[in-house]
Structures are given as structure tokens and as C-alpha cells.
Design a protein around this ligand. Structure first.
Ligand SMILES: C[S@@+](CC[C@H](N)C(=O)[O-])C[C@H]1O[C@@H](n2cnc3c(N)ncnc32)[C@H](O)[C@@H]1O
Length: 230
């Protein structure tokens, strides 16, 4: 099965419990990471942002609350988008946020459409990372911004020991109990372990033409933020 088919099936399967589990399993630290990433985006005061792999829309919603006028979110899992659109309408943000079906590797917008593109915890799921990065760069305005937030592996050995214990054993157990899909949380562990190391990921960004690349580690390397310019 192609990775994309597997991924959309996986996220459609856990869509209804994704938000609850996300905050429980990350012990809510993801909220702090998102806040810092949103602050970084807002430094450029973008008017129009594309939120790739928007899922249930938390990052899009945070951008709207921070003052972005128009946010388009795209994702390949319709179940995730449906949950997100419900939240958007409950928060009365439908005039600012549109969450739609869309693939990072074939973005249905013209060149130079957005002031910024964001991806929160999505790039490690792309079937072809460089095609996704290239497509995102294509739709960013000249000198526009890319902000990527992604989970990563801590470099400290002691932290890594506890990280491994939590991600490999405790998380699939709790995730499996609540979402009824233990394999989804096993995938989460392997996708983070297999994701390129920071210097490799920066190389991918350079390969597709991004410049002024900055990289910040959060919480001892549990997550990383990459910022780049077109
Ligand atoms: C871990 S969720 C993150 C969702 C959201 N950004 C957040 O911060 O909670 C990853 C999302 O990436 C989406 N995804 C994976 N590959 C994609 C692709 N090629 N194009 C668009 N979305 C994709 C999945 O469907 C899933 O909803």
C-alpha cells in the first residue's frame, strides 16, 4: 500500500479521538510549541497563510486568533478536516479559515499565492519529502516564510531512555486504549525515529531552494522548529 493511502486511512481512523489524545499524550507541551511557532509566523505579519497537513485545524485556529486574515488548511484525511471544520464553525472563524482536502505534493494553488506556509507535525508523514517541500516553496510569495514544527528525538542519552520508554511502550498502550488503534501509535514512534536528523532536514530545505534557514530545538529536542525563506 502506498504510504499516502496508509496515512490518510490511519488519520481518518483516529480523527474523533485525535485532539484528546494529542494533548494527553504530549502532556499538553504541544500547546507551548505551537504558541512559539505562531509567534514566529506573526513576526512577518502575513495576511494569507497556507497551513499544510492542517489535520483538525489547531494550528490554523491559533493563526486566526493571532490575527492572520485568511488561512487555507489542506490535508489528505477527510475525517480530520471534518473535525477541524466543526471546531472552526463553533469558534465562528469560518470567514477566516477554510479547511479543505489537499495534498502537499500537488498543491492546487498558483505560484506565489501565500505570504507564509506552515506545517505542524505533518512533514514526517509526507510520502515524498522533497516533492512536498518543493511544492510548498512554489506557492510561497517571493521572500515569504516557511515555518515547520516537527517531533524529534532528544540527543541527551538519559532523556532518550525515558523518551523511548514513553513513545515505544506507554504511548501505544494509552493511544490504543482510547483510539482502539494501537498500530497508529506504533507508527508515530517509527515515523519520528526514521525522520531525517536536523542537519539532514536542513539539507533537504536547501536542496529545494530555501534560504535563511533557522532551527530551534524545544524541550530538549522533543520537537524542532525550522524557519526558512523562499
Ligand atoms: C499529526 S497530524 C498533524 C495535524 C495538525 N497539523 C496538528 O498540528 O495537530 C498529521 C497530518 O498530516 C496529514 N498529512 C500527511 N501527509 C499529507 C500530505 N501529503 N498532504 C497533506 N496532509 C498530509 C495527515 O492526514 C494528518 O492529518
Amino acid at each position: 500500500m502506498a504510504k499516502k493511502t496508509y496515512i490518510s486511512g490511519l488519520f481518518n481512523g483516529i480523527a474523533s479521538s485525535y485532539d484528546t489524545l494529542n494533548h494527553i499524550l504530549s502532556l499538553s507541551v504541544d500547546k507551548r510549541w505551537r504558541k512559539t511557532a505562531v509567534k514566529k509566523v506573526m513576526q512577518e505579519q502575513p495576511q494569507k497563510v497556507l497551513d499544510v497537513a492542517c489535520g483538525t485545524g489547531d494550528f490554523s485556529i491559533a493563526l486566526a486568533k493571532a490575527g492572520v486574515e485568511k488561512i487555507i488548511g489542506i490535508d489528505i484525511a477527510e475525517g480530520m478536516i471534518a473535525v477541524g471544520n466543526k471546531k472552526v464553525s463553533q469558534l465562528q472563524l469560518s470567514d477566516k479559515i477554510e479547511l479543505l482536502y489537499g495534498d502537499s505534493e500537488h498543491i492546487a494553488y498558483e505560484n506565489n499565492t501565500f505570504d507564509a506556509v506552515t506545517v505542524a507535525f505533518g512533514v514526517r508523514n509526507f510520502e515524498n519529502l522533497e516533492i512536498g517541500l518543493k511544492e510548498m516553496r512554489r506557492v510561497i510569495n517571493d521572500n515569504g516564510l516557511l515555518v515547520i514544527l516537527e517531533l524529534s528525538v532528544p540527543t541527551n542519552k538519559v532523556l532518550f531512555f525515558f523518551y523511548n520508554l514513553y513513545f515505544k511502550h506507554i504511548m501505544p498502550f494509552i493511544g490504543g486504549l482510547i483510539s482502539k488503534d494501537k498500530s497508529a501509535y506504533k507508527y508515530l514512534y517509527s515515523s519520528v525515529i526514521q525522520f531525517p536528523k536536523p542537519h539532514e532536514f536542513i539539507q533537504h530545505l536547501q536542496n529545494v531552494g530555501f534560504s535563511s534557514i533557522e532551527h530551534t530545538a524545544f524541550s530538549g529536542g522533543l520537537a524542532r522548529m525550522y524557519v526558512a525563506k523562499k
